[in-house]
Structures are given as structure tokens and as C-alpha cells.
Design a binder for this molecule. Structure first.
Ligand code: FES
Length: 318
């Protein structure tokens, strides 16, 4: 029974009646390559590969330079094309001219990995494959240099992803002594906001900054609940809160003078101004952040610092 080819593990997966595929076609040696007997031709082939990779090297340096100089989309595209073209053609030429080109087929179940003879054959085959590559140290060094420079150039486009979003959302343009101005750019005196009045202000020079709009609200003599740590953050009855709703970022700008509540028009979140702008209705998850304010030597409203917590929706902070 064991003499039958159907029980020979070497036949698993192949037609027992068909020709037996060999690793190397009979009569051929898998170590032949194009310029094996032509050292000058091999040298020329090596230089052709080096030329292609030089293109990649130059294109990579050019890419880094263009990015640092401010970027130019068309030039960058052309340089990327040149870098990949040189790299690819170089590999093709190396494989075509300087490496053995014999096609080798290994059949499934053909090898008995435990057999000493097969193991030796595999080791020899590997050595024969590596040897033609190892005898080209110049190309290996060149490939290392090209890979390094090309890799560094490929990192530069990361700068195009912009600033880290999380850090950007943590800060506004308010700072120590930043004047509050109206949308017309005029500085604001505390008396510009009448009792029960409300005024949208911006940090001077940053009227279009999306995170900085702030509401000045004059609550007059009404009792204003404030944590002890925020003593001194107001100018008499004048308080400042972020205008960016903590639900989804709409401007919370509808002020109900009767109830002293701010209402966000998007989803009706309602904030109690006299109670530290805590949400008392709607989906907003946290109070509007308070901006510490004071007056400068000219009597204008200025911020004492940036907000002490991120403004805007809670999910920006996660
Ligand atoms: S954005 Fe203000 S309630 Fe939704």
C-alpha cells in the first residue's frame, strides 16, 4: 500500500500522472544573470541603476526644500513623480540586469523539510540568490542613502496636516491685558454696557477668531453666585462669559432680562447667568466658561488672562 503514489506525501495536491515539476528546470542553473560573463556590462548596468536612484535622491532633496520654502503643489507633484520613477526603474533594472532571471517553480508537497538533502538544497539556493546582491556593495550603500533621504522627505507633508487640533482648541486669543473690542474694533468701557445690557466683544486684533467671542453682561446689583476662586474676575456688576455654547458650539446670545438667562437658539440650552452660567435646561453639559476681566489704566475692559478651561462643546476636550 505504501508503494502507491496516492499515499506518497510528495504527491499531495498535484496530478500523480502529470510531469513532476522541478524547483529548477532540468539543465538550467538558477544562478545565471544577464551580465554574468561581461564585467563591463555589469558595471554599466550598475551605473544605470545608480543614475536612477540619483534622480530619486535629488527629487527628495528638492521636495524637502520646496516644503520648507512654503510649498508649491505642482512642483511637489512633479518631484514626487520623479522620486518614485527613479526608485522604481532602478529596482527594475537591478532585477533585470544584475540578478538571476530564471523562473523557479516549487510544487506543493514536493519538499520534505526534515530531509537533510532538501534542507541543504534550500540553503544552497538561498545562498545563490543572496550572493549576486551581496556583490554589489555600491548599490546597497546608494540604496541606503536614497532610502534615508526619501524617507525624511516623505515626513515633510505631515506639516500640511496643520496644528494639533486638541491644543488649538484649548486656547483662545485672550491673554493678560488683552483689550475687549466691539465688532467695529472699538475698545469698551464698563459703562458702555448698561444694567441688564449685553455686548459681544472680541480680543483686540482677533475679531474673526472663532473661539474668542465673549459676552459682557451687566447684572447690576443682583446677587451673583461665583466660586471663591473667581473673586475679582468681574468689574462691579459686569461679568464675561464665553459666547460659544457648550453643547455644539452655536452662539448662545439670546438674553432673557426677566430671568437673567442666556438661551442658545440651536437647541434651547439655557444658562443661568446669576448662577455662574450653569445650564438649567437643554442638552448643554456644562456651564459657559467665565473670562476674568478688569480695566486697564485708560479705564477700558481687558482680560486678566485666557479662559481657565476650554471653551465650546465638551467633545472638543475629549
Ligand atoms: S448648540 Fe447650543 S444648545 Fe445645542
Amino acid at each position: 500500500m505504501s508503494d502507491s503514489p496516492y499515499f506518497d506525501p510528495r504527491h499531495y495536491g498535484i496530478d500523480p500522472h502529470g510531469p513532476w515539476p522541478e524547483d529548477v528546470p532540468k539543465g538550467q542553473d538558477d544562478s545565471h544573470w544577464r551580465y554574468e560573463n561581461d564585467p563591463k556590462g555589469a558595471r554599466r548596468a550598475e551605473l544605470r541603476v545608480a543614475f536612477c536612484w540619483s534622480l530619486t535622491l535629488l527629487a527628495s532633496i528638492g521636495l524637502a526644500w520646496v516644503y520648507v520654502a512654503g510649498g508649491q503643489t505642482q512642483v511637489e507633484g512633479a518631484l514626487w513623480a520623479m522620486a518614485f520613477f527613479g526608485l522604481g526603474v532602478g529596482f527594475i533594472l537591478w532585477a533585470r540586469d544584475l540578478l538571476p532571471g530564471t523562473e523557479v517553480t516549487a510544487s506543493r508537497g514536493h519538499h520534505d523539510v526534515c530531509a537533510e538533502e532538501d534542507r541543504r538544497a534550500v540553503a544552497e539556493s538561498l545562498t545563490r540568490g543572496i550572493e549576486p546582491m551581496a556583490r554589489r556593495p555600491f548599490l546597497f550603500k546608494m540604496l541606503g542613502a536614497v532610502g534615508g533621504v526619501f524617507g525624511v522627505a516623505a515626513v515633510f507633508p505631515l506639516a500640511s496636516l496643520g496644528p494639533r487640533v486638541h491644543l488649538d482648541l484649548d486656547h483662545t486669543k485672550w491673554g493678560v491685558g488683552t483689550r475687549a473690542v466691539t465688532e467695529d474694533g472699538n475698545p469698551v468701557l464698563p459703562t458702555d454696557v448698561a444694567v441688564n445690557g449685553i455686548l459681544t466683544v472680541f480680543p483686540e486684533g482677533y475679531i474673526t477668531d472663532a473661539l474668542s467671542p465673549t459676552l459682557l453682561i451687566n447684572v447690576g446689583d443682583l446677587p451673583f453666585e461665583i466660586p471663591p476662586s473667581r473673586e475679582g474676575w468681574t468689574i462691579n456688576g459686569l461679568v464675561a462669559f464665553s459666547k460659544i455654547c457648550t453643547h455644539a458650539g452655536c452662539p448662545a446670545s439670546l438674553y432673557n432680562v426677566q430671568s437673567h438667562q442666556l438661551v442658545c437658539p440651536c437647541h434651547q440650552s439655557t444658562f443661568d447667568v446669576l448662577s455662574d452660567c450653569k445650564p438649567v435646561f437643554g442638552p448643554a453639559p456644562r456651564p459657559l466658561p467665565q473670562l476674568p476681566i478688569t480695566t486697564d489704566i485708560d479705564g477700558y475692559v481687558v482680560s486678566q488672562s485666557d479662559y481657565h478651561e476650554p471653551v465650546g462643546p465638551g467633545f472638543w476636550d475629549r
